[in-house]
Ligand binder design. Structure first.
Ligand SMILES: NC(=O)c1ccc[n+]([C@@H]2O[C@H](COP(=O)([O-])OP(=O)(O)OC[C@H]3O[C@@H](n4cnc5c(N)ncnc54)[C@H](O)[C@@H]3O)[C@@H](O)[C@H]2O)c1
Length: 694
């Protein structure tokens, strides 16, 4: 075998050349890979002894996409387009033999080949939409020609990969192979040569796209079907337009159109935010004083204390990835109820075809319920999710301390209590950490891991690793009231309440946030979560919230009672309620407030600027490691639209000076210290800097 470049080798097996890409860890399409493919194909074409060419990859996967370290840098020759042209125009058949994942540019390479074979476990996808762009190297033009426009739309707009069986069924690959992949590729090449198969260039195929030509209704229907998931994003629409171009334009023109649509996206604020967020998420895994190789405790068994709303969901996360989990309750009845909810959740998923009944039983089999606390003795991690009351938490931790293994990680799901105080109830505060899940705990991706003052590096590394293992996005934060997410949310809540007293109505406030891109606003969220929870807490603390209290006094607890801030029909569709408007107006009057019309702009600023200001304080106090971690928390925990990056990225895009000056303006107008800009915000604003270039 001869080296073409540092990452691409060219060898021959009889009359078949084999180009092998070896660019660990994922064979990304770095410049030397592109050059190796380009020059390797060229050399194989020039070699008179070669009659066919196979492209394979070493390591665990085929080319899994672009080289992210080249993002944002000036393009380097050869371009992926020229590599693909070289492959596609080869007079000798080129076959890609695929294992692992062929994603993005990797799949586009295979689409330029004349034939594709895949290993049984291989996966194929074009995930560019997730970065706010589209597959810009012919993917939107070739994929519809080989799998048909409908399937192409689904793959390109969702960005989700398909498996080998499906790829074979839709015609994306020609054969599923097993054993040594290069040998399988060569065997396929031999067969193609022996059968004198014609060179199959996808660009020339027409049979799958012809039926959709001149039929805009196909695309209109597709747009409608994805409208809910794609609301606010720019890339999906351009992806659809590109596939439409593939159907209606000749290949070369379609490629041009794809380019235009790609460039439009690349420069869009949405894609900038999404690409920023892609790195932000990876960055969140890094903890400056906990080295990446800090040994994490292997979690072979977990235990959850409490089978309420959160405990059940937390247990499901472990069962979902095959980790046995013991759930401990005080009373059999609460346990039965909790595990009943878990079963119902799984059965609902199964009824939607996303799990088999066998899976349901397997997962339920991994969850063992008990009222015997001693059952936590063999757990590697114990997660407490009992009532949010300090004396109860401390009692539970003292008990855990007596029974749990000496090296077990002891975690609390508290959302507001002091993790250090909870840890003090044990003789091993270094093993205690907060693992703050979000409701519903089996669905929400965020895991706010809370580091106490004594938490050990092993406990941190374990909480971060196990978080990823159960498919969450863990972000490490420090101890303070509400941690990062709820602390910022609280600021938004204060203003939401003031806004309705000053003249706005719940549906206006909610609409402004919905239009911004949130799944719902604060009042709809309150109705969904249940207004009685907060009411009970307020009563316990002797705090008042005049409008909310009055709504609760009427037995309006939100969706579950058919009414809260809104009225709900049987399908839980909300409508604004004149009775609530009356309550609000009455309270305003009683408080001596003259109601006035409030603009959408003011609503947005008053809801979101205080969150950013609180974020600045959180950074100042080093509760969050970095501004981008705050953004990860808000996107995964609270539905902040990812195409706006997160609150801190968004603040930077507005400009911190403008934002700070607006806070000062509100402060002057109201005389309320609430609006005092955080020191860090002021300092950055004066220096003309953003949170992200600190
Ligand atoms: N509900 C949410 O949205 C949410 C979100 C994040 C965090 N949290 C936190 O999660 C924790 C649990 O909240 P929840 O909403 O699941 O409450 P919940 O009231 O639904 O469930 C608590 C469960 O703990 C059980 N329990 C009480 N004392 C116990 C003991 N000594 N031993 C074993 N079990 C005991 C109760 O029987 C009950 O089933 C709280 O700390 C809460 O602040 C809740």
């Amino acid at each position: 075998m001869a080296k073409v470049t540092q990452s691409v080798d060219l060898g021959t097996r009889g009359r078949v050349a084999v180009l092998t890409v070896d660019n660990p860890p994922v064979n990304a399409l770095s410049q030397h890979v592109r050059k190796g493919l380009h020059d390797g194909i060229q050399q194989a074409i020039a070699d008179g002894a070669v009659q066919a060419i196979v492209i394979v990859c070493s390591g665990r996967t085929f080319i899994a996409g672009a080289d992210i370290t080249e993002f944002g840098k000036p393009p380097m020759e050869p371009s992926l387009h020229s590599v693909l042209d070289m492959i596609e125009s080869s007079p000798k058949p080129v076959i890609s033999a695929i294992h692992g994942t062929a994603l993005g540019g990797g799949l586009e390479v295979t689409l330029a080949c004349h034939y594709r074979v895949g290993a049984k476990g291989a996966r194929f996808g074009l995930p560019e939409v997730k970065l706010g762009i589209l597959p810009g190297a012919g993917g939107t033009q070739r994929l519809p020609r080989v799998v048909g426009p409908q399937k192409a739309l689904q793959m390109i707009v969702s960005g989700d990969p398909i498996g080998a069986d499906e790829a074979l069924k839709v015609g994306l690959i020609d054969e599923i192979v097993d054993g040594d992949l290069a040998a399988a590729g060569v065997a396929f090449a031999e067969k193609a040569l022996n059968e004198k198969r014609p060179l199959k260039k996808i660009r020339d195929l027409d049979d799958k796209i012809a039926p959709a030509r001149g039929k805009p209704e196909i695309f209109a229907e597709f747009r409608k079907s994805v409208a809910r998931q794609t609301r606010g994003f720019r890339a999906p629409e351009n992806c659809i337009k590109a596939v439409e171009a593939a159907v209606n334009l000749p290949f070369a023109e379609g490629i041009k159109r794809e380019r235009e649509l790609f460039v439009e996206l690349l420069n869009s604020p949405e894609s900038k935010a999404q690409r920023y967020f892609f790195f932000a998420e990876r960055e969140a895994a890094k903890i400056p004083d906990v080295a990446a190789d800090t040994p994490a405790k292997e979690i072979k068994k977990a235990a959850v204390i409490g089978a309420g709303t959160m405990g059940g969901g937390i247990a499901m996360n472990f069962a979902n990835v095959g980790i046995p989990v013991t759930v401990v309750e005080v009373q059999q009845e609460a346990l039965d109820r909790g595990l009943g909810v878990v079963r119902k959740n799984y059965e609902t998923t199964a009824s939607r075809g996303r799990l088999t009944m066998a899976d349901v039983e397997k997962r339920m089999g991994l969850i063992k319920g008990t009222t015997d606390f001693n059952a936590i003795a063999d757990a590697d991690i114990v997660i407490e999710a009992v009532f949010e009351e300090m004396p109860i938490k401390k009692e539970v931790f003292a008990k855990i301390d007596k029974i749990a293994k000496p090296d077990a990680v002891l975690a609390t799901n508290t959302s507001t209590l002091d993790v250090n105080e909870i840890a003090s109830a044990t003789r091993r505060p270094e093993s205690v950490i907060g693992t703050h899940f979000f409701s519903p705990a089996n669905v929400m991706k965020l895991l706010e891991n809370v580091r106490g003052s004594k938490t050990s590096k092993t406990a941190i590394a374990t909480a971060m690793t196990v978080g990823r293992r159960i498919n969450k996005v863990p972000v490490l934060v420090g101890v303070c009231y509400g941690f990062v997410g709820n602390r910022m949310l609280h600021q938004r809540g204060i203003q939401a309440e003031k806004l309705i007293l000053e003249g706005a109505l719940p549906h206006q406030v909610d609409r402004v946030l919905y239009d911004f891109g949130f799944p719902m606003g604060p009042f709809a969220m309150g109705d969904l979560a249940g207004l009685d929870v907060g009411w009970r807490i307020r009563k316990g603390r002797g705090v008042k919230s005049p409008v909310a209290d009055r709504i609760c006094e009427l037995g309006r607890f939100g969706q579950k009672t058919g009414a809260g801030y809104y009225k709900y029909d049987e399908k839980r569709n909300p409508t604004p309620d004149p009775d609530v408007e009356k309550i609000i107006v009455d309270v305003s009057t009683e408080m001596g407030i003259t109601r006035r019309p409030i603009s959408d702009e003011e609503i947005l600023q008053r809801l979101l600027y205080p969150m950013v200001n609180e974020g600045a304080k959180i950074l100042e106090e080093k509760i969050a490691i970095r501004a981008s971690d705050i953004d990860v928390i808000w996107v995964y925990g609270y539905g902040w639209p990812v195409y706006r990056g997160g609150p801190m990225f968004w603040a930077d895009s507005i400009g911190l000076k403008a934002l700070r000056d607006k806070l000062l303006e509100f402060q002057k107008k109201t005389g309320d210290a609430f609006w005092t800009p955080a020191l860090l915000l002021s300092r950055l604003a004066d220096a003309g800097k953003g949170f992200l270039d600190r």
